[in-house]
Design a protein around this ligand. Sequence first.
Ligand code: ZN
Length: 188
Amino acid sequence: MKTWHTTAIVLCCLAVSVTTVSAANAWGGSPAPFTGPQGFADDSSHSHRTIESTASDRNNWQWRFDGAGGEDNYEPTDLSFWKTTSNSSWVDVKWYVTTQSNSHLSAGVAGTVYCAVWASSTTCDSFRLLIADDADEMSSLLQNNLVCHELGHTVGFADGGTLQHSCMDGGDNNMLRPYERGKINARY
Ligand SMILES: [Zn+2]
């Protein structure tokens, strides 16, 4: 039985990040957060679209991208964060729910991001954001936190190393902090 209610298994690659951020100050942001292997977004217009075909899964997660997990955190930045129904290749984030056996997900990992189409060696034209189907067993807050976290990867954040208690760290409070928003605004 999976213990989805513990923060430790919520965030992709958290075990790695814990080691990385052990010496970081809560507000110091060391190391710099923009170090993720998935790259930066290619511009400040950050569109998202579901490619999930199961209605119940779309219904559970879409509003989190539109609001509590996504727009509420990313729209107050210099990013233009918006939902599209287009399936064009330029859509920045395409998300869907998948089984734990998906090769992109490790055991106990509830979500992950990878770049499907690179725009350059450091910028991504189109991310794929995967959510494990078992993640719907998490609390609603943690589901929003998961969306916030994985979207953070799509703007270039690595795990942790920013502010503790943000959605990119071990925090489960479903929010970006001013530090992360400042980094986004400086980049985009
Ligand atoms: Zn992560």
